[in-house]
Every structure is written in structure tokens, then in C-alpha cells.
Design a protein around this ligand. Structure first.
Ligand SMILES: *[C@@H]1O[C@H](CO)[C@@H](O)[C@H](O)[C@H]1NC(C)=O
Ligand SMILES: *[C@@H]1O[C@H](CO)[C@@H](O)[C@H](O)[C@H]1NC(C)=O
Ligand SMILES: *[C@@H]1O[C@H](CO)[C@@H](O)[C@H](O)[C@H]1NC(C)=O
Ligand SMILES: *[C@@H]1O[C@H](CO)[C@@H](O)[C@H](O)[C@H]1NC(C)=O
Ligand SMILES: *[C@@H]1O[C@H](CO)[C@@H](O)[C@H](O)[C@H]1NC(C)=O
Length: 567
């Protein structure tokens, strides 16, 4: 502690004296590698590593405050979303941070490259030998027991005490590669001709078939969604794709031809790729998840320009490419107004500093006026997928307060789907917009599940939509899928259709949804008050009147949302 104080006062003196660097501060450590990795031995000293350094961001408290103002319906500055430059001004590291990092690197003869416009994330390329010296550690080679793949990691690393308070993390270090869950859980092929079926357009009574097979027509009926074409070409809806999931145009065309005969069957979507991603169109390469996500955006958000983000496997962010995509969008002048993602993991499996950095990126997207929706997960209280557990497993990244987490319902009338992941983050605290409804729920819940979840954490999901028996076209056939993977693109489409109306009137898009939804949800959403999400040997949480950790505030009522927005 004494040395840290000293260095903070006199950085340059410290630099002049190499001994002074011996005061090292442990930044991250773990006891063991994940069970799927075995250590082989020290990494070759001349092996080259590309490391990312997360610098302490300048004024995230200021950005948080600003965002609370511009996302609150009662504020005169409601929806006055910030520009790219305004956000970057909050995020850019303070000069003393930049100085400390620059001195540290240049003293060691290392140059860095910023990887975000705000320059809060920088990249360095060093040998293992250099990295061992810089971070007071020993990088080892680990082998994955199933794939045999080798990876260089360490169980603990440090930075000079003078950098304490200036650096959040170095990656990749203690975070091991892991697989991402795609969420849809079942495919039941159903026979259907690729000929147009009878569909009604616009608001109408819910057809009885919707209890067993959900189509876009059912969603129009359930949620009052318009079938008329959106008009605004500047209004965009983003769909993210990971782990080699490809969205197939031929399947989309078959889907539209059969289930949205009122839309041109050749309606297409734009493609953006990063981290070596692509979207090949061989029919056997079509992915269930990607097809679901693109069919329930293009096929529900009628006429809204849709972009598929193909994130490849070259992602080095330690978070499956989620952070790379967030930074990719933050670097754009006109990112999509809505982003929906149907992939996730368990919170306990991701690095906390990286998760915090990702959540800060979502805060920035929120401040830019972008609605970031995530499927909440499919394991009920057991997390991302059903698993054995002794305490409830919160999912990632639904615990981030700046995403809108979407749970699942089933049936007509809708009840909570048992698979719907919901609960409380162990990383992020309850955000201001949950201060009324979550304590209400907890007090009604009483002792049920006591000790199995974290009452003070950010609670999720925020909202819900249908997530079982959803019909998709895949590799030339029709079938049913289930999971919150269905729910997120469906809700995102409703938001995109509302944005079309807002933009047509010269107004700002809905942007960060949560404060608005928590204020207006009682009238703008269909409250789902029965069902539960069992798991970990319990009945899970019960759905109740008002918010609950199974279906959140409820499912969309487009007409009521439209009225609340005044368009
Ligand atoms: C479509 O609906 C019309 C009128 O309700 C009916 O006559 C026709 O048989 C239906 N077509 C199919 C393919 O179900
Ligand atoms: C939407 O626009 C397309 C042309 O882009 C047209 O073919 C289609 O009939 C329109 N659909 C509706 C429901 O207005
Ligand atoms: C879809 O087909 C119509 C009619 O064949 C054509 O005019 C239009 O350009 C096509 N649109 C796309 C996106 O290919
Ligand atoms: C839970 O553990 C039991 C007994 O080991 C096993 O049979 C079951 O398949 C496991 N369930 C899940 C969801 O992993
Ligand atoms: C509970 O959540 C809070 C954040 O709200 C966190 O600081 C705390 O560590 C969590 N407790 C456990 C046991 O994970």
C-alpha cells in the first residue's frame, strides 16, 4: 500500500528506477484451470501473444447519470440520445491513466494500438517472455481434453502498483476459451407445403392452431402487431450470429412464401461480418438458430431493413465475440437501432472484469439510443441450459442492467414457459428502474428459494415473448423450435416496428428500453401471471401479477405501446 501511494505521487521517478516496479499488484487470479484443460508446461518464450489491456474508463459514473436522465420518460430530455463523440468523451481514459500506461509500455519498448474509438481498450503484441516480465507471471500451455486444442494462459498475473487504478484487465490471461450455447432446444419437423397457407393480416382473433404451432400470423394476433410495411429505410434491426450459425436466404424465402405470403418472398437482409465471420449459403450450412433469428425478424418486422452480423471464430475478446461486436457497433456512425442476440452462457463461467467491460459497452450503446435485447436462457433457474445445480445459476449477459433480457411464454392464453431462465445477477446490483417492482416481488415471494439466489442483484428477464412451438424453415423443411431464442427476435421486431413509426414522425428511436418499460409496463405489456421456471431440484420462481423473474413485465401489446409512445 505504501509503495502504491508513493508511485501515484511520482510515476516518473518510479520509472527511472527499475527496482521500483517490484511492487506488483495482482489483477486477476484463479485457483485452477477449468476442468476441461490440462497444463502441459511453460509456453515457449518466443511465442507471440496479442494481449488487450482494458484501461480504466474516464467517467462512467457521469455516463450512467446522463443515461438515467435521457432514458426516463419523465425527463424533459427523454430520448435525447448521445452522439458517438459525446459517448466517447465520457469513456476516454483520463490523461493520468494514459500517461501511466504509456510510460509503462514505452519503458519496456512496447507500442500499443487502440482497438476502440474511445481508446479505452488497447492491444499489444509481445513474446511470452516479455509478457511474463511485464505481468509478473508465467504463461503456460494448456490442452483441451476433448478437442486437443492448445491455448496459452496463466492462473494469475499482476501489474506494477503504479498502474493500480489505471488498468482493469489484461486478456487473454486467466479466461479460458469456452463454448457458447445456442439456445433453441427442440426441432420437431412438421409437414408443410411450401405453398402459401391461409393467413390473415393485421390484428385479429388468435387462431386456435397457435396453441400448438406459432407462426408470424399468431404473433400479429397475440401482440396486435401490424402486418403493413414499415416505411423508414434508415430504421435498422440487427441480428447477431455466432459459432458458425448461418442465416439462409432460400429458407427465408420458403418461410415468407408460406407464412408471410403478403411480403415479397425474396425479401432479403444485409450482412456484416467481423472476426473472420461469413454467411455461406449452402442449404446444408443453414443454422437452426440463425434461421430462427432471421425469420422472426424479417418475417415479423415487415419491411424493416435487417442486418445479420456474422461474428466469426477469430474473436479474441474472451466473451465469444460479444465484446468485439459491441465495439464494432460503437465505432459506427449509424449502428442499428435494435440488436437481438439469442446466445448466452452462465454468469459464473465468464471473467468478471471482461463482463464489466462488456456491460459498459452496452451502456454506451444504450446512451447512443440502441435497444440491446438478449434471450434470457433456457434452463429455468438452472441457467443457460438445464443442468444439475445446488444454487440457481444466473445467466450471462442478462445480468447486465443495460441489456433488455427476454424470457419465454407458451400457449394461448400465454403462461410462463418452464424453460424461461430468470433470476438475479451475482455481478451487477439492482438498477434504479427495478427499485419498486423487484422488492414487491421479493416480499410476496417470502422465504421460497431463500439462500439459492442473490436478492441484491440485477433481476431478469425484463420482458417476454412466445418461446415454444415456433415454426421455422430449416434446410428446406419446416419444423418447430423452442427457447428464449425465439422470444428475443420476436420482441425485437415489435420494437423495430415502433421505431419505424417514431422515425416516420421525425422522432428518436426507443433506444434503451428498460426505464420506459418499467414505468409503462403495467399498461403497455400483457402481464403473464401463471407458470414457473423450475430447476436445481426446485419449482423455481413463480410468475405473479406484475414483474416476475420468469416473464419479466410481460409480452408486447403493440397498440398499447404505440399509444404510450404517442405515434
Ligand atoms: C383458405 O381459406 C378459404 C376461405 O376461408 C378456404 O376456402 C380455402 O380452402 C382455404 N385454403 C387453404 C389452403 O386452407
Ligand atoms: C409491402 O411492400 C411490398 C413491396 O416492397 C409489396 O409487394 C407488399 O404487397 C407490401 N405488403 C403490404 C402488406 O403492404
Ligand atoms: C424481388 O422480386 C421482385 C419481382 O420479381 C423484384 O422486382 C425485386 O427486385 C426482387 N427484390 C430483391 C431484393 O431481390
Ligand atoms: C443430473 O444428475 C443425474 C445423476 O447424476 C443425471 O442422471 C441427470 O442426467 C443430470 N441432469 C442434468 C440435467 O444434467
Ligand atoms: C450478490 O450480488 C452482489 C451484487 O448485487 C455481489 O456484490 C455479491 O458478491 C453477490 N453475492 C454472491 C454470493 O455472489
Amino acid at each position: 500500500m505504501r509503495t502504491a501511494f508513493f508511485f501515484a505521487l511520482s510515476l516518473r521517478f518510479a520509472l527511472a528506477n527499475p527496482l521500483a516496479w517490484h511492487g506488483m499488484h495482482v489483477l486477476e487470479r484463479r485457483d485452477t484451470a477449468p476442468s476441461s484443460f490440462v497444463k502441459i508446461g511453460p509456453a515457449p518464450p518466443d511465442q507471440v501473444l496479442t494481449l488487450r489491456l482494458g484501461l480504466v474508463q474516464g467517467d462512467m459514473g457521469g455516463l450512467e447519470e446522463r443515461l438515467a436522465t435521457i432514458s426516463s420518460p419523465s425527463s424533459p430530455e427523454f430520448r435525447q440520445w448521445l452522439s458517438k463523440e459525446e459517448v466517447e468523451a465520457f469513456v476516454a481514459p483520463k490523461p493520468d491513466t494514459v500517461d501511466a500506461i504509456t510510460s509503462f509500455l514505452s519503458t519496456n519498448g512496447i507500442t500499443s494500438t487502440p482497438t476502440t474509438p474511445a481508446r479505452d481498450l488497447i492491444s499489444i503484441t509481445v513474446t511470452v517472455e516479455q509478457a511474463n516480465g511485464l505481468f509478473g507471471t508465467q504463461f503456460d500451455t494448456f490442452r483441451h481434453t476433448e478437442t486437443g486444442g492448445e491455448t496459452v494462459r496463466t492462473l494469475e498475473y499482476s501489474v506494477p502498483a503504479a498502474l493500480k487504478g489505471h488498468i482493469e484487465f489484461v486478456h487473454p490471461t486467466t479466461t479460458f476459451p469456452q463454448t457458447l450455447a445456442r439456445l433453441p432446444i427442440a426441432t420437431i419437423p412438421i409437414p408443410r407445403d411450401i405453398a402459401p397457407s391461409n393467413t390473415t393480416t393485421g390484428p385479429h382473433a388468435v387462431p386456435s392452431s397457435c396453441a400448438s404451432v406459432v407462426t408470424p400470423d399468431c404473433l400479429e394476433a397475440l401482440y396486435n402487431l401490424p402486418a403493413t410495411n414499415a416505411t423508414e429505410t434508415s430504421n435498422t434491426l440487427g441480428v447477431s450470429g455466432y459459432i458458425g450459425e448461418y442465416a439462409n436466404q432460400a429458407d427465408l424465402t420458403a418461410f415468407l412464401g408460406s407464412l408471410r405470403p403478403d411480403l415479397p418472398p425474396n425479401t432479403t437482409f444485409a450482412l456484416e461480418t467481423l472476426d473472420g465471420g461469413s454467411n455461406p449459403q449452402g442449404i446444408n450450412q443453414a443454422g437452426i438458430e440463425a434461421n430462427l433469428d432471421i425469420q422472426y425478424t424479417v418475417g415479423v418486422a415487415s419491411g424493416v431493413p435487417t442486418i445479420f452480423y456474422g461474428v466469426g471464430s477469430d474473436n479474441q475478446d474472451g466473451l465469444f465475440g460479444f465484446l468485439d461486436l459491441a465495439n464494432h457497433l460503437l465505432a459506427q456512425e449509424n449502428p442499428p437501432h435494435v440488436l437481438t442476440t439469442s446466445y448466452g452462457a452462465n454468469e459464473a463461467d465468464v471473467s468478471v472484469p471482461l463482463y464489466q467491460n462488456l456491460c459498459a459497452a452496452y451502456m454506451q450503446l444504450a446512451a447512443r439510443g440502441i435497444s440491446v435485447l438478449y434471450a434470457s436462457g433456457d434452463g429455468g433457474v438452472a441457467g443457460s441450459q438445464s443442468t444439475n445445480c445446488t444454487t440457481f445459476l444466473p445467466t450471462f449477459p442478462s445480468g447486465c442492467p443495460y441489456v433488455t433480457s427476454v424470457g419465454a411464454t407458451t400457449g394461448v392464453p400465454e403462461v410462463a414457459a418452464e424453460l424461461s431462465a430468470g433470476g438475479f445477477s451475482n455481478v451487477f446490483v439492482r438498477p434504479f428502474y427495478q427499485n419498486i417492482v423487484v422488492p414487491e416481488y421479493l416480499s410476496a415471494l417470502g422465504d421460497t428459494n431463500a439462500g439459492l439466489y442473490n436478492q441484491s442483484g440485477r433481476a431478469y428477464p425484463d420482458i417476454a415473448a412466445v418461446g415454444e412451438n415456433v415454426e421455422i424453415a430449416w434446410q428446406g423443411q419446416f419444423g418447430l423450435v423452442g427457447g428464449t431464442s425465439c422470444s428475443s427476435p420476436i420482441f425485437a421486431s415489435a420494437i423495430a416496428l415502433l421505431n419505424d413509426l417514431l422515425i416516420a414522425k421525425g422522432q428518436k428511436p426507443l433506444g434503451f428500453l428498460n426505464p420506459f418499460l418499467y414505468e409503462t409496463g403495467k399498461i403497455t405489456l400483457n402481464d403473464i401471471s401463471s407458470g414457473s421456471n423450475p430447476g436445481c431440484g426446485t419449482n423455481g420462481f413463480p410468475a405473479r401479477v406484475g414483474w416476475d423473474p420468469v416473464t419479466g413485465l410481460g409480452t408486447p401489446n403493440f397498440a398499447a405501446l404505440r399509444a404510450a409512445i404517442g405515434v
